[in-house]
Design a protein around this ligand. Structure first.
Ligand code: NDP
Length: 445
């Protein structure tokens, strides 16, 4: 890392102790930015990096609610409004027991650059809670969401901060959150949340967008080497929103997806995953992958273990941060891997990224490859603002155009900075330059 940036990074780390994921995300971005500061020393004088690493606002709040037996439960809620240089804060809410400030800040920091890469007018933010929706009844999830929104509502708004879903927050949760926002404010403000249901202000393609977009980005990377998804053997981690839609899109393009996982284990289905059955099990019944294995012949279920042990030519990590380490990366490379598209945020550890890059594997980092979700959220905001709703075909065409644009911008930036094919460098510099320009123009705020 450039020594000037290393000094700034060290200060950021010491000002934010105990936030390992935030430290990792900051370090990874700083490692790419030395050459930009050589060309533009004015960025150092304006302390752009120091400002970017300090969120504009951080909100931490108590979320009290009662479970079905009447017992009082207390969770912690977060919203980190990182950067409004390019538009209202935009980023999802994550409900998972692992959530703490360091995770929300890593996600919010990544979101700034991701959102810049989309070319849409959206700033960066993220939020969530250590609430675990798994095993909770609909009524408990509703009471939790209502309590969460009872505090959050005063901080958000269509021109201020526009949350969406992430791990543990899907259509059901967005519905309860929107209902409570409307009730408190007495305003039908569609643009305050994205990921809404289609009949009440949502956008077609939003549920599919992150997974679809990841596959579209990966397909563009494959094309640079004269290849495509057609005929590839694909392994996906996770079996939530992003994973399921990545599987669906990859198979539409002619790939066979042979494995996916949840936090309990993974399935291997050599015939190609049956997407309709997977949706039924995970989205409708909210059941485990064991259920998929029990209903389809020829499927192996492996409890625990790593899905990355299954050989593949394309890997799509779509579960969570740091789920693919250096050893797993080395195994994948030995087994014939040619490309990785990150559907999740920061799923590959820094060691894993080095293994992929050393082996000249096509590697699409999450902040570029999974930007289709937030881009389609911005399309949802556009439809809400004009009180319009677009067809599936039109919205999917816009998503494809945006993903191809992000790919090309990352590739062109990597070329410009002398490291062709390095999408990590391309994404970090491409996103940063846009935000930095806006910050310089807007003065010291
Ligand atoms: P979901 O909650 O729908 O699914 C998450 C999946 O990952 C589940 O299969 C879950 O398994 C698994 N998982 C989650 N945490 C862990 C863990 N600690 N260990 C092992 N497995 C885990 O979330 P999404 O699909 O929405 O999100 C997945 C990833 O994509 C996240 O990194 C998210 O930040 C990122 N992302 C999501 C976007 C979106 O639009 N939803 C947009 C951009 C990025 P189990 O059910 O067993 O917990």
């Amino acid at each position: 890392m450039d020594s000037r940036l290393e000094a700034i990074r060290d200060t950021v780390l010491s000002r934010n102790p105990g936030e390992a994921e935030f430290h990792q995300a900051v370090t990874e971005v700083f490692e790419s930015l030395g050459p930009v500061h050589d060309r533009h020393p004015e960025l150092l004088e304006a302390a752009i990096l120091e400002r970017l690493c300090e969120p504009e606002r951080q909100i931490i709040f108590r979320v009290p609610w009662t479970d079905d037996s009447g017992r009082v439960q207390i969770n912690r809620g977060f919203r980190v409004e990182f950067s409004s240089a390019l538009g209202p804060y935009k980023g999802g809410l994550r409900f998972h027991p692992s959530v703490y400030l360091g995770i929300v800040k890593f996600l919010g920091f990544e979101q700034i650059f991701k959102n810049a890469l989309t070319g849409m007018p959206i700033g960066g933010g993220k939020g969530g809670s250590d609430f675990d929706p798994r095993g909770r009844s609909d009524a408990e999830v509703m009471r939790f969401c209502q309590s969460f929104m009872t505090e959050l509502y005063r901080h958000i708004g269509e021109y201020t901060d526009v949350p969406a879903g992430d791990i543990g927050v899907g259509g059901r949760e967005i519905g309860y959150l929107f209902g409570q926002y409307k009730r408190i404010t007495n305003r039908y403000e569609s643009g305050v949340l994205t990921g809404k249901g289609i009949s009440w202000g949502g956008s077609l393609v939003r549920p599919e967008a992150t997974g679809f977009g990841t596959v579209i980005f990966t397909e563009e990377m494959l094309k640079t080497r004269g290849q495509s998804f057609d005929g590839q053997r694909v392994v996906v981690s996770g079996s939530g929103n992003v994973a399921i839609n990545a599987i669906a899109k990859a198979q539409t393009l002619g790939a066979t997806v042979v494995a996916c996982s949840d936090s309990g284990g993974y399935i291997v289905d050599e015939g190609g995953i049956d997407v309709a059955l997977l949706r039924e099990v995970k989205e409708v019944e909210r059941a485990r992958l064991t259920e998929y294995a029990s209903r389809r012949s020829g499927v192996a279920y492996v409890e625990g273990g790593s899905v990355w042990e299954v050989d593949a030519t394309v890997a799509l990590p779509c579960a969570t941060q740091n789920e693919l380490d250096g050893d797993a990366a080395a195994t994948l490379v030995r087994n014939g891997l040619i490309a990785v598209g990150e559907g999740a945020n920061m799923p590959s550890t820094r060691d894993a990224v080095s293994v992929f890059q050393d082996a000249k594997i096509l590697f699409g980092p999450g902040k570029a490859a999974n930007a289709g979700g937030v881009a389609t959220s911005a399309l949802e905001m556009q439809q809400n603002a004009s009180r319009d709703s677009w067809t599936f075909e039109h919205t999917e065409a816009r998503l494809t155009e945006i993903m191809v644009g992000i790919h090309d911008r990352c590739a062109a930036t990597a070329d410009e900075y002398g490291d062709p094919g390095n999408y990590v460098l391309g994404a970090n510099i491409g996103g940063f330059v846009k935000v930095a320009d806006a910050m310089l123009a807007q003065g010291l705020i």
